[in-house]
Design a protein around this ligand. Structure first.
Ligand SMILES: Cc1ncc(COP(=O)(O)OP(=O)(O)O)c(N)n1
Ligand SMILES: Cc1ncsc1CCOP(=O)(O)O
Ligand SMILES: [Mg+2]
Length: 213
């Protein structure tokens, strides 16, 4: 696992105002150093083209570059890692393909999900949703602060040490309370892209995270 700060992962999103590439660029300009390229409705060709460009951009900024869902593309481009959910390749299979050289993140909604990702060799957990969001379809049950507290407590009780990244509907104002639950960081998209100045909003979020760590 790379030694880069895990406090903030930006998830790319295509909006009326920004392309996937531009969304990543704005987060990077604001100081985020961990980008996940997530392109749900794109063809494999479009995804690869955009991945090459965003990877280059991440290199320029010295940022970690994760690709959502696509293990083969991660291997082909030598991205830094992949994020996998319930409907994606199982983490154990991805670990077999990618060996120890790549970061693998897994989505969890329950403590049982965390345990199975831990055993399968995940490097971090994307845990959510914190609250309702329109960025992702077919959301799992909302966790809220209590959900994170419960999962973190059970992890301590079972000696499971894995970074937990909270995700889903998170805004800057939520950060103090979310970080208090014991998670390691947050992943977000919408609140940055809805801001009048996304780079400035990213900076504000990073400041808030810094003051809570
Ligand atoms: C950091 C992080 N956490 C969770 C997810 C969700 O992944 P998944 O459940 O596979 O859903 P999609 O993003 O593929 O729609 C994520 N991408 N990143
Ligand atoms: C990939 C993913 N999984 C749950 S929410 C989400 C996207 C980010 O959500 P938001 O735009 O609300 O920050
Ligand atoms: Mg997925």
């Amino acid at each position: 696992m790379e030694d880069k700060p895990m406090e903030l992962q930006f998830i790319t999103h295509f909006t009326d105002r920004y392309s996937y590439y531009d969304s990543a660029r704005l987060a990077l300009e604001g100081g985020c150093r961990w980008i996940q390229l997530r392109m749900k409705d794109a063809s494999p060709e479009e995804r690869e083209q955009e991945a090459v460009r965003v990877q280059e951009l991440c290199r320029t900024y010295g940022a970690t570059f994760i690709i959502d869902d696509d293990v083969e593309l991660v291997k082909k481009l030598k991205a830094d890692g992949v994020h996998l959910g319930k409907n994606d390749m199982p983490i154990a299979e991805a670990r077999h393909i990618l060996a120890k050289d790549f970061i693998i993140g897994g989505t969890a909604n329950t403590f049982d999900d965390v345990v199975s990702h831990y055993r399968a060799g995940a490097d971090y957990i994307g845990c959510g949703p914190f609250r309702f969001t329109t960025t992702k379809k077919n959301l799992s049950p909302i966790l809220g602060l209590e959900g994170y507290r419960n999962i973190v407590r059970q992890m301590h009780e079972h000696g499971i040490n894995l970074p937990i990244v909270a995700i889903g509907g998170i805004t800057c104002e939520d950060i103090p309370a979310i970080m208090q639950t014991g998670v390691s960081g947050i992943a977000l998209s919408g609140t940055i892209l809805r801001a009048e100045n996304p780079a400035e909003e990213t900076r504000k979020i990073l400041e808030e995270l810094k003051s809570k760590s």
